[in-house]
Design a protein. Structure first.
Lengths: 122, 353
């Protein structure tokens, strides 16, 4: 699971007010290089919830992203390449996504999160 | 010809043996507005549920049983489908009364996607500012639609399925097609989508609605994750609309659908009109629906022919009981269409701005 995906997922357990963002428990993180596409990155920059992304990338062991961002930074190759790396090249292979309110763990196996709820969580 | 004749006889023999085993609790196909089921219905359900609980110490829970069945059915059968039919697990769209060969089917499946987009008034080439940028594929199979739509629109697509095997395969295909940065798949329930509200500008459900045990919840989740101004496209199997004097389908129709439900892990069916009513109740706009049954007529005969081919038969025999049972139910789909009981429906709408 890439961080681009993590930025779209939330906990939908019954009664949870704020299920986003899910905390990451990383057991196995794999880096898979992929070609950078600056246009795509610029489009994604508009959509990404930055704080959640920053926190998530730290959980994955990458701490090179700035705290505050603005679209001016998209002109910098250095920034783009760090953004690209964190967004698309870090994969959570094994671990869990944790509901911020209830602490419930959604397991991640072979890179795929299992977001199915139990009967009593619906 | 001899092979076909022998195969057909084998088909019918295995058919009668296997069809008598029911994998799911009894169901009736109730219109959404009907009165509660009768007590005999509950008795049958509870007996079946007790049998299942004895085999598997889970909490007695029909929907849980159904979801598990769906996941296992697709875990078991997706590879064999993909091997013969490719990565689109939906009907093709054919000009009426056409004769088609197997090689036309992939083009027809693509045409189904394109026709659905057109029906929903998604702008075609030239008006790219109005194209969707974030797509959710609800009941994504092995991701054929997600990858196609992502490539077409340059959008991100996220797909959800109950089947871990499908999610795995879908991600692998995305990686192989260089789309892994735009398209991803997870295991999740369409009735409880793991997304915050208003995330997506295209909400896509291609032939997954028929698996949803709670149509109201299904539709309300589609609406919830849709962003203001987003388009929702549902392509699904329905039963015929009920007449103004009808409370429910006729007994033979209920029985017929039940056999199909058993084999394909489907809950009770509803009608196209039921979907329209649900969308209306959520104040969605520009609601349109159409019966596309005439455009899918060649599909099931083609699937049966492919199942009876040498490759099809050997794959089926290697697959598993669930897949075989599903394959044996295919003639029931053809019969259902012919008798105007089963409808292939498209329903689209827009979330208000």
């Amino acid at each position: 699971m890439r961080l681009l995906t993590h930025n779209m997922l939330s906990s939908n357990i019954k009664g949870v007010e704020k299920g986003f963002p899910l905390r990451i428990e990383a057991e196995k993180v794999v880096e898979k290089p992929v070609e950078m596409n600056a246009d795509f990155l610029r489009k994604m920059f508009e959509k990404v919830e930055w704080k959640a992304f920053l926190e998530a990338s730290r959980s994955m062991g990458y701490a090179q992203l700035p705290e505050e961002v603005d679209s001016g930074m998209l002109e910098s190759d250095e920034f783009l390449s760090r953004f690209h790396h964190a967004l698309l090249e870090l994969h959570l292979e094994e671990g869990a996504l944790v509901c911020p309110e209830t602490g419930r763990r959604f397991p991640v196996n072979k890179g795929i999160p299992n977001m199915l709820l139990h009967e009593d969580e619906v | 010809m001899a092979l076909l004749a022998t195969s057909t006889i084998a088909f019918k023999t295995i058919n009668t043996q296997i069809r008598s085993r029911s994998f799911l609790p009894a169901q009736r196909h109730l219109p959404l507005s009907s009165s509660p089921p009768s007590s005999s219905f509950f008795r049958t359900v509870s007996v079946k549920a007790m049998e299942l609980e004895q085999k598997n110490p889970m909490v007695i829970d029909e929907n849980g049983v159904l979801k598990k069945g769906i996941a296992e059915f697709y875990d078991e059968s997706s590879a064999i489908w993909e091997d013969i039919w490719g990565d689109h697990m939906h009907h093709g769209f054919y000009p009426p009364d056409s004769t088609v060969s197997l090689s036309d089917h992939r083009a027809a499946q693509i045409r189904m996607i394109e026709q659905a987009l057109r029906f929903a008034s998604i702008p075609l080439a030239g008006d790219e500012r109005k194209w969707p940028k974030k797509i959710v594929d609800v009941g994504c199979g092995i991701g054929g639609s997600s990858r196609y739509l992502s490539e077409k629109f340059g959008a991100t697509a996220i797909g959800i399925t109950l089947s871990p095997v499908q999610a795995q395969r879908a991600n692998a295909l995305a990686a192989a097609q260089d789309l892994a940065n735009k398209v991803s798949f997870q295991v999740a329930d369409a009735l409880d989508q793991p997304f915050p509200d208003g995330q997506f500008d295209l909400v896509w459900s291609m032939e997954s609605g028929e698996h949803m045990p709670d149509k109201a919840k299904f539709v309300s989740e589609l609406a919830r994750v849709a962003a203001p101004g987003a388009t929702i496209i549902i392509v699904t199997w329905c039963h015929r609309d009920l007449g103004p004097d009808e409370e429910s389908l006729k007994p033979w129709e209920e029985k017929h659908l039940k056999k199909i439900c058993d084999a394909f892990y489907l809950p009770a069916w509803c009608s196209t009109a039921d979907y329209v009513r649900l969308l209306e109740s959520l104040s969605l706009q520009d609601i349109k629906s159409e019966d596309w049954s005439p455009y899918v007529a060649p599909f099931w005969p083609a699937v049966i022919r492919s199942a009876l081919s040498w490759k099809g038969l050997t794959s089926l025999l290697r697959s598993g009981l669930k897949t075989i049972k599903g394959a044996l139910a295919m003639p029931l789909m053809i019969e259902g269409f012919k008798k105007d009981l089963i409808k292939f429906a498209i329903i689209t709408c827009r979330k208000p701005e």
